[in-house]
Ligand binder design. Structure first.
Ligand code: FRU
Length: 496
């Protein structure tokens, strides 16, 4: 049943959202229809289309009580907005419909599972969020909240869990036909735990069982968990809060974590054998995956990070927040690999390629420019006996602006730096990643959209993602090196 709140938001997004000119949005990354966007939610395939919902506060460009925005796509590249799906309009979710996921039921309905939040006043006068899991059923456009919500409360958690961090349920139907949910919770001291629930009908759930506990290794609460089988391994993706840095692998603040290992469904225990960051750039958080009908495991994430959002002064009626390009995942040599979904190749136009370009001073190449671009670059030392010292690519360059990706083979450091991108805030502008190479041989696939850069290094063994809100007049791309680099490059315009 449509509530007043949902009707209002649906009207507001048509009235105000449609005033935003399409050319002032990313060309092929999903951005908020109007106002604020964070985590991807309910990434699913339903009635022949991909559905993507998102954490949404339409009335301002800062976070506020969460709704679920909604968009659909035939190819993961072209998105069409649908009316907002959920509003915080019930007693049990009046302070927010937090992150969750979606599944198709046997009877053909789509079911959303999300975290309902309500604020509770404590004895000492402070307020705490009560977080409980809730359901809504729909036809792909309209959703009705379940009459018996919430369906999971803190009483369903195993012993030793705090009542205040229990959120972000990720649902799937397992190979044995049972419904499964993983959700994040934590000890009272906020040490992360991931808990798994089982159900035969998706509506009545068992008590949760501990899948894994952090024991203080990777930050505090592990938000937005996702757990799946991939290439003979089990993979847990999650976004830990309050990380401490570790070499160039993890950095301070909100981070991302991929654990790869073995899972025993009998005892329900996940045993990781490898850990890594999911992305090594600046703006990447809250991943969610889908198992596509053709068997691909595809991941999408919020192309932003809580630590980089504060401080933008934006008109409240514009958009803020975008998703990454959806990425196909695989596990190779025990690591997570990512590549942009192959559908992106369908919008490649105007191929320009060069081989064995000798780069030492700063140079530009005919036909290599633009802000919506797919480029594959292969670097190696031009002189076998003398590895180059540094390679620099500047993009979104022009006037006072550029963003750069640099590589030092000596210490294996790749750095993204958007200090000169036009940012007027003292947020994080640089990040370094360790990319080992033999004599400087490295491959970079760079996807530029109007307001972002995503670099896939060495066939996707590592990725570096950042957004940049540079004036669209800055279209140049330049290359330079200290020492001599030999570069192959293939570049396409991306024209959705
Ligand atoms: C992650 C997160 C989730 C929560 C949502 C609220 O970015 O904090 O844990 O459900 O955002 O918007």
């Amino acid at each position: 049943m449509d509530s007043e709140k949902l009707r209002e938001v649906r009207e507001y997004e048509i009235q105000i959202g449609s005033r935003i000119p399409p050319e002032e949005r990313p060309a092929f990354h999903l951005s908020s229809r109007v106002g604020w966007m964070n985590d991807p939610n309910g990434f699913s395939f339903y009635k022949g289309q991909y559905h993507l919902f998102y954490q949404y506060f339409p009335y301002n460009t800062v976070w506020g009580p969460c709704h679920w925005g909604h968009a659909v796509s035939d190819d993961l590249i072209h998105w069409e907005y649908l009316p907002a799906a959920l509003a915080p309009d019930q007693d049990y979710d009046k302070d927010g419909c937090f992150s969750g996921s979606a599944v198709e039921l046997d009877d053909g309905r789509q079911m959303l599972i999300y975290t309902g939040v309500l604020k509770k006043e404590m004895e000492d006068g402070s307020t705490r969020d009560i977080q409980q899991q809730c359901l809504a059923f729909g036809d792909g456009v309209n959703y009705e909240k379940y009459g018996k919500n919430p369906i999971m409360t803190v009483d369903d958690l195993p012993d030793g869990c705090s009542p205040y961090d229990f959120r972000d349920p990720k649902i799937w139907i397992d190979e044995d036909g049972t419904y499964r949910v993983v959700a994040c919770c934590a000890t009272v001291g906020r040490d992360a735990k991931i808990v798994m629930f089982r159900s035969s009908d998706g509506i009545n759930w068992s008590k949760g069982k501990l899948l894994i506990q952090n024991f203080d290794r990777f930050g505090k609460v592990w938000e937005c968990p996702d757990f799946f089988r991939l290439d003979e391994k089990w993979v847990l993706l999650t976004s830990p809060m309050d990380m401490l840095p570790e070499g160039f692998e993890y950095h301070n603040g909100n981070g991302t974590l991929c654990l790869i290992g073995e899972y025993n469904d009998e005892d329900g225990i996940f045993t990781p054998q490898h850990d890594q960051a999911i992305d090594y750039g600046i703006d990447f958080y809250a991943t969610q995956t889908i198992l596509a009908p053709d068997g691909r495991r595809i991941m999408i994430a919020w192309m932003q990070n809580w630590d980089t959002t504060p401080g933008y002064r934006l008109d409240p009626t514009t958009w803020f927040g975008q998703m990454t390009i959806p990425r196909e995942l695989s596990v190779k040599n025990g690591r997570l690999y990512q590549r942009p979904v192959r559908e992106l190749e369908q919008i490649r136009r105007n191929k320009v390629s060069y081989e064995n370009v000798y780069v030492n001073g700063e140079m530009e190449l005919d036909g290599i420019r633009g802000r919506c671009v797919d480029m594959e670059i292969e670097l190696r030392s031009a002189d076998e006996n003398q590895p180059y010292e540094m390679f620099v690519m500047k993009f979104a360059a022009g006037g006072r602006y550029y963003t750069m990706l640099s590589y030092h083979p000596g210490d294996g450091i790749m750095k993204i730096d958007r200090k000169f991108s036009g940012s007027r805030r003292a947020i994080i502008h640089q990040r370094r990643a360790e990319i080992p190479s033999k004599d400087g041989a490295v491959k970079i696939r760079m996807i530029l959209d109007r307001y972002s850069a995503e670099a896939f290094i060495n066939d996707g063994a590592q990725t570096i993602t950042a957004n940049l809100y540079t004036d669209m007049g800055a279209q140049r791309i330049t290359f330079s090196a200290k020492g001599a680099v030999s570069m192959n490059i293939v570049k396409y315009d991306l024209v959705p």
